[in-house]
Each structure stands twice: as C-alpha cells, then as structure tokens.
Design a protein around this ligand. Structure first.
Ligand SMILES: Nc1ncnc2c1ncn2[C@@H]1O[C@H](COP(=O)(O)OP(=O)(O)OP(=O)(O)O)[C@@H](O)[C@H]1O
Ligand SMILES: [Mg+2]
Length: 423
C-alpha cells in the first residue's frame, strides 16, 4: 500500500496542477484532495500514474511530443485515468481532442479520426479553419467528409493529410489526443495513429491511448508495434488496494460497513472496480447488511453478481476463448493445456495462445497448468459448470443466470446470517 501521509502535500499540489479530483483511500487516510459530492468516490490510488502524466505534460509543453499507452483489463480504470489526463490537459490550457473505439464501429473507415477532428473543425472560425486545413491537411479533412471536394484516392494520402491536420492544430499550442478503447478502432484510423505515433516527438503533442489487455483487436500489428516497440510510455494499471476497496464500500454501500465485510469485497473482486460495482449492486439487490456475519452470504451471491460482466467480457474474446474457459471450468483447478485443448476441440498451439489472451484479460491466471485468475471467475456460472450452460450462453453473448430472488436470506445488521444456497 502506498505511504499515506508523507506525500500529502506533493499529491495535493499535483492534483491541483492536474485539475483532477483525486482522493487517497477515503476518509480514514485524511488525504482528500478535492471536495466531491457525497457518495462520489473520485479517483483512488492513481497518484503515481498522474505524476508520470504530469512529467509528460512538462515535456509536451516544451515541444517534445510523446505517446502514452494506458493498459489493463476491463474495469481497472483506464477510461477514468484518460478522463483525468484530459481534465489535467484542459487545466493547463492544452487543446484536447478525444475519441473512443467501439466494437460496433470497427468497420467504419476513419471513424475514430472523424470523432477526433469533427468537433474541432465545426467549432473553428473561418480563419481558424483555413489555417487548420492549410496544405495537404485539406486532403485529410476530405477523407473524413469534413471538407468539400473529392477524398484522396489512396489511403496514404489520407493518412498524411490527417497527420498535417493534427500538426496544424498543434502549431497553435500543446495538444492532447486521447483515444480510448484503441483495441476496437477501425483499421484506417489505426494506420493513421501509428503514423502519428512515429512523428509525435516532433510536435507538442501527447497521444494517449487506452487499451484493454487481452482483446483480440490488440493483436493487430500496428497496435502491437505502438504498444511495445514505438518507445511509448506504458502505464499498466493495477488493482485497488484493500483500503481503497473499503473506502468505496463505505462510500457507496454503507458508511458503517464492517472491516471483515470490506476485506471480503476486496478478496472477491481482486481490487477490480467494475467487479466491485457489480458485487455491491448484488449486495443491495439481496438487501445484505455489510456486517461480518454476512461474509459467507457475500461469498454465495458473488459469482452470480459478477458473472454478468465476466461472461460478457469473455464473450467478446471470441469462441475459442469461451470454449477454452469452459474446458478449464469443467476440468477444475490445475487443468493441463493439452487436456483443456482436447476438451475444447482446439489445436494445442491455438489453446496456448488463447490461454495467454485470457491471462491478459485476467480471466485465466498467467500460469501453467491452467486456472482461473480468481476462483470467483470460474464460479461465474454456478451449478452449471459440468454442463457448461453459463459458458455456452456466454458464447451466444447472453448473461449467466442470477440467483433466484431470495436465494440468499435477507439479513439485517448484526442478525445472524441465514444463508440458503441459491440454485
Ligand atoms: N482509481 C479509481 N478509483 C475509484 N474509482 C475508479 C477508479 N478507476 C476507475 N474507477 C471507476 O471504476 C469504474 C470502471 O472504470 P473504467 O470505466 O475507467 O474502467 P476501464 O478500465 O476503462 O474498463 P473497460 O475496459 O471496460 O473500458 C468506473 O465507474 C470508474 O469511475
Ligand atoms: Mg474503458
């Protein structure tokens, strides 16, 4: 856990510089760096990452551009950090362009580039627009349908034009281009981002991208290059500490939540904010008081509570990932790859690669033999593993069942938990 107090002053200064709402582990640490409305937690435990971003801002301000990749599994806080970067950039007076990839728009050529530039072009006065579209940048705008005239005949001319559109904007002052969910961006926009990344050092530009690890879209050569070999600064987000989870439980569920209950929330979710949100929603739905006696009940409802998001996440990784995960669920702890591959009817090499992808997505652990990243994930389809019902539904993009309402007895604070298993 981070040292709480010694950096208090510097952190407050940093947050002020970044213009970011940032809190340290809730009320108990006493290091609250902004006044947020009641019930809103703010950004916890990202001081080190924000400090790195702050240093990059300094370099960009001095004219040396950079690429930053914010990477991590679903729900770990990539989008939230990107939002903090944009807020910090705005507070510094930098220009900000923002876009995000979408699973449903992967086929729309230059869709992400259009998201980035359209608002800027629309808001520009006619004089500004002339400056922005000077030279070959005009061709870039035409490729987006944002300027009159025929779009460039070949893709390179479009990419080069878009580079100049960005460079012309950066000439006005430091600029942040933020692209979230880059694993889903369309190929032409990705080719352009790669081109931009190669030249970012020459401009007062920060290109910051959010990347969900393990997603098949991240394996595209240009993106793999950008992440690993372009010299980009990599920020890999880790889970929240038990103290931060406790602070969230006490802010969002019950200010008097007891320590063992908070500790169980931390253990069950592995400090993943998204899983925690699902777990707290399940707790509310079951009217479960946040007391020590209800820890066993919390364990009972947890697989179904987080199952929805785990299975939806798994479904997005494709059929091979679903069948391999299902095989691991059926085989139980310590499944040999060979065996899981045979059960999933996958080639051994494909199974190995798929297992690596599932590990990046934190569904499987990065180990051999195979096991789930957390037992909770393996239990996401309670009672149905042997038949693979929940996993099969995941492959069809639907959710696991939730426990029957009342499957866990409603309990009140300090009453002994009366737990009945779900189905
Ligand atoms: N450091 C943090 N402290 C407190 N809450 C956080 C933190 N980071 C993220 N959150 C909250 O957790 C939730 C999930 O975060 P976020 O959407 O940023 O995850 P993500 O990594 O972008 O997930 P995905 O891969 O699904 O896009 C959001 O509601 C966000 O506000
Ligand atoms: Mg996100």
């Amino acid at each position: 856990m981070y040292a709480f107090v010694c950096f208090r002053y510097e952190l407050r200064e940093l947050a002020r510089a970044l213009g970011v709402a940032c809190r340290r582990n809730g009320a108990r640490s006493g290091v609250v760096m902004s006044t947020l409305p009641r019930g809103v937690v703010g950004l916890l435990e990202r001081e080190a990452e924000l400090a790195r971003i702050e240093r990059v801002f300094g370099r960009v301000d001095a004219g040396a551009g950079a690429v930053v990749v914010v990477e991590g599994p679903a729900g770990i806080g990539k989008s939230e950090l990107l939002a903090a970067v944009r807020a910090g950039a705005q507070a510094r007076g930098f220009g900000v362009l923002a876009a995000r990839g979408s699973e449903f728009e992967e086929e729309i050529a230059f869709g992400v580039a259009r998201q980035l530039f359209e608002p800027m072009l629309r808001a520009a006065s006619s004089g500004e627009r002339r400056r922005l579209l000077a030279g070959v940048a005009q061709g870039g705008a035409r490729a987006l349908g944002a300027a009159a005239g025929e779009p460039p005949a070949d893709r390179f001319a479009a990419i080069h034009g878009l580079y100049w559109l960005c460079a012309n904007r950066a000439e006005r002052g430091p600029l942040v281009a933020s692209v979230d969910d880059v694993q889903w961006i369309d190929d032409p926009s990705l080719a352009w981002l790669g081109y931009l990344a190669r030249r970012a050092g020459d401009l007062p530009l920060l290109l910051v991208v959010g990347l969900r690890s393990g997603d098949p879209g991240a394996e595209r050569a240009e993106l793999a290059w950008m992440v690993r070999d372009s010299g980009a600064e990599q920020i890999k987000l880790g889970p929240l500490s038990a103290a931060a989870v406790g602070a969230i439980v006490r802010t969002e569920l019950d200010a008097k939540a007891e320590e063992p209950f908070c500790a169980a929330c931390s253990e069950l979710t592995g400090g993943n904010r998204l899983l925690l949100r699902e777990l707290l929603a399940g707790t509310r739905e079951e009217n479960l008081a946040a007391c020590s006696e209800n820890v066993p009940a919390l364990h009972l409802i947890a697989p179904a509570a987080v199952g929805t998001s785990v299975l939806a996440r798994l479904a997005r990784l494709g059929t091979e990932a679903v069948t391999l995960a299902r095989a691991v669920a059926v085989l139980g702890v310590g499944a040999e790859v060979m065996l899981a591959a045979r059960l999933a009817e996958l080639d051994r090499a494909v199974a190995e690669l798929t297992a690596d992808r599932l590990a990046s997505a934190q569904i499987l652990a990065p180990t051999r033999p195979l096991e789930f990243f957390h037992p909770l994930i393996g239990a996401a389809g309670p009672g149905e593993h042997r038949t693979g019902g929940a996993w099969r539904r995941a492959s069809q993009g639907r959710c696991a069942h939730r426990p029957r309402r009342g499957g866990v007895a409603r309990t009140c604070r300090c009453a002994p938990a009366r737990v009945r298993p779900g189905r």
